[in-house]
Write a protein that binds this ligand. Structure first.
Ligand code: ADP
Length: 466
C-alpha cells in the first residue's frame, strides 16, 4: 500500500510540476508575442508620421537605428526603397507580401512567418503612409525638390522565439529547477506517505476501535471488531459446551450408579442368604423399581442426546398437536387418578411440522410433571390452541410450584428442586431438559410462570407457519 500511495503521489507531483512550467512558458510566450506586436505597430505608426512630415528621405539608418527591429520602406509598385538590414537595391519586389498588400489596400497589414533559424519567428507589421508636396510647401521643413510624392508602406519586422524556441532556450535552467523541485517533492511525498500509512500499520487488530484511525476505515474496523466478538462468543460457547458435557458425563455416571448400587446391594444380600425369607419380596420389589428407574434414565439420556443433534430433524410430518395431547391424556389418566389429580384437556386442532415421537415426549413430560408435582385433589390442565397465528401447548397445574430462583435452573440436566421427591416419583431430572431441546429443534419458545404452593404454567409456543 505504501508503494502504491507513494507512486500515485510521485506521478501527481511530476505531472503538476511539468504542467505548471508548461503553463508558465505559454503565458510568458503570449505576453512576449503581444508586446512584440504592439511595439512593432507603435514604431510603424511613428515612422509613418515621420515620413508624412519629412518625406521618405527621413527613413534612413539614423532614424531606423532608434527603432528595435528591421525597418523597410516600400513604394506603391512594390520596390523596396530602404531596408535597415539589407541593401535595398538588390531586394526583390515586395508587393506580393501579404502584409504589404493588406497595408496598401486597407491601411495596415500584419503577418507572422517562421524564420530561417529554428525556434524563431518574425512578426511583420506594415503601415500605409502618403507624402504630398503641399506638406513641404506649407511647412517648408525639407527640400521638397528631393521628395517623391506618393503612397508608401513602412514595415517593421521583429524576430522572437516561437513557443518551442522559448522552451528550448530555457530548458537548461528550467530543467534543472524542475528536477530539483521534483526531488524535493518526492522526499516530501515519502514522508507524507509514511505518515498516512503509519496509523493503519499500528491498528491493534485484537481491539481495532481502541484508537481512532481514519473515518473511512470505520466500516472495515467495525467488521473486524464484529468478527472478533463472534469468534470470542463462539469460543465461549465451545468452552461452555465442553463444561456442560463434562458435567453431564459426571452426572450420568452418578445417576446410573445410585440405582445400580442398590440393585447390586439387595441382590448380594439375597445371594449370600443374609436376607430373611420374609424380606425377600420387599427386596425383589426394590430391585424391580430401581431397574425401572435405571431403564427410564437410560431412555431419557438416549432421547436427550438424540435431540441435541440439531441436524437430525428426521421423521417430520404434519403433526396435530391436539391428537397427540389426547393420546398423552389417555396414557396419563390412570397415573393422575392414582395421584388424586383431576386432568383437564381442551383446545383446537392445530398442526405443526415435526416428529410425532418428539412432540409426544414433550407434552408427556409436561403433563407428567403437572401430575407429579401436584397435591391430592389438585388439578392439571392441558390446552392446545392458536394465538396470534402461533401454535401453543399450555400446561397449568395447581401443584407445589417452583421458587423463583429455581425457575431458570429446572431446564438444566439432572436439576431437581427436591431430589428425594423427584426420585420417589421416578423422575430422572431430564424431563424439562428434553422439553427445552425438543422445542429448540423446531424454533419454539418455552416459558415458565410459577408461584410456590400455588401452581405452575408452562407454555411452548411454536413460531408462526411451521
Ligand atoms: P424430573 O424428572 O425430576 O421431573 P424435570 O426436568 O422434568 O425432572 O424437572 C426438573 C425439576 O423441576 C423437577 O425435579 C421439579 O423439582 C421441578 N418441576 C418441574 N415441573 C414442575 C411443576 N409442574 N411443578 C413444580 N415443580 C416442577
Amino acid at each position: 500500500m505504501r508503494q502504491r500511495i507513494f507512486r500515485s503521489f510521485a506521478i501527481l507531483i511530476i505531472v503538476a510540476i511539468v504542467l505548471t512550467f508548461a503553463a508558465m512558458e505559454y503565458i510568458s510566450y503570449q505576453e512576449a508575442y503581444a508586446n512584440t506586436r504592439s511595439w512593432a505597430e507603435e514604431d510603424a505608426e511613428l515612422l509613418a508620421e515621420y515620413i508624412e512630415e519629412y518625406g521618405v528621405e527621413a527613413v534612413n539608418d539614423s532614424t531606423a537605428g532608434i527603432i528595435q527591429g528591421r525597418v523597410t520602406l516600400i513604394a506603391s509598385d512594390g520596390t523596396v526603397l530602404y531596408d535597415s538590414d539589407e541593401d535595398s537595391s538588390v531586394m526583390e519586389n515586395h508587393l506580393e507580401r501579404p502584409e504589404v498588400q493588406d497595408a496598401f489596400e486597407t491601411g495596415y497589414g500584419s503577418a507572422t512567418r517562421q524564420s530561417a533559424t529554428f525556434g524563431s519567428q518574425t512578426y511583420y507589421y506594415a503601415y500605409r503612409t502618403a507624402v504630398t508636396t503641399e506638406d513641404y510647401d506649407e511647412e517648408g521643413l525639407t527640400s521638397a525638390a528631393d521628395t517623391t510624392t506618393g503612397t508608401y508602406v513602412i514595415r517593421i519586422s521583429r524576430t522572437m522565439d516561437t513557443v518551442i524556441g522559448e522552451v528550448l532556450s530555457r530548458l537548461g535552467v528550467a530543467g534543472a529547477l524542475i528536477i530539483i523541485l521534483i526531488l524535493l517533492e518526492l522526499l516530501l511525498a515519502r514522508s507524507v506517505t509514511g505518515r498516512i500509512v503509519e496509523p493503519i500499520n499500528s491498528i491493534n487488530l485484537a481491539n481495532p476501535k481502541s484508537e481512532p484511525v481514519y473515518e473511512e476505515l470505520d466500516p472495515l474496523l467495525s467488521r473486524i471488531e464484529l468478527q472478533n466478538n463472534q469468534i470470542r462468543m463462539q469460543m465461549d460457547e465451545l468452552k461452555q459446551t465442553d463444561i456442560i458435557r463434562r458435567d453431564f458425563t459426571a452426572n450420568v455416571s452418578h445417576e446410573l450408579k445410585t440405582p445400580l448400587m442398590s440393585i447390586s446391594g439387595y441382590a448380594e444380600l439375597i445371594e449370600n442368604g443374609l436376607a430373611k425369607e420374609e424380606d425377600i419380596p420387599e427386596f425383589a420389589s426394590r430391585i424391580h423399581s430401581e431397574s425401572v428407574r435405571l431403564k427410564n434414565l437410560v431412555e431419557d439420556i438416549i432421547r436427550l442426546s438424540s435431540l441435541e443433534d440439531k441436524e437430525r430433524r428426521r421423521n417430520e410430518e404434519s403433526v396435530d398437536l391436539y391428537e397427540i395431547g389426547e393420546e398423552v391424556i389417555q396414557t396419563l389418566t390412570p397415573y393422575a387418578d392414582e395421584q388424586g389429580v383431576k386432568l383437564d384437556f381442551s383446545g383446537e386442532h392445530v398442526t405443526v411440522l415435526a416428529s410425532k415421537q418428539v412432540i409426544f415426549e414433550m407434552i408427556y413430560n409436561l403433563v407428567d410433571n403437572a401430575i407429579k408435582y401436584n397435591r391430592d385433589g389438585g388439578s392439571a390442565a392441558l390446552t392446545i390452541e392458536e394465538r396470534d397465528g402461533r401454535h401453543v401447548i399450555e400446561v397449568i397445574d395447581t401443584g407445589i410450584g417452583i421458587a423463583e430462583e429455581d425457575q431458570d435452573r429446572v431446564f438444566e440436566r439432572f436439576y431437581r428442586v427436591d431430589k428425594s421427591h423427584s426420585r420417589e416419583t421416578g423422575g430422572t431430572g431430564l424431563g424439562l431438559s428434553i422439553v427445552k431441546h425438543a422445542a429448540a429443534l423446531y424454533g419454539a419458545d418455552v416459558s415458565i410462570i410459577s408461584k410456590l404452593n400455588l401452581g405452575t404454567k408452562v407454555e411452548v409456543t411454536f413460531p408462526a407457519k411451521i
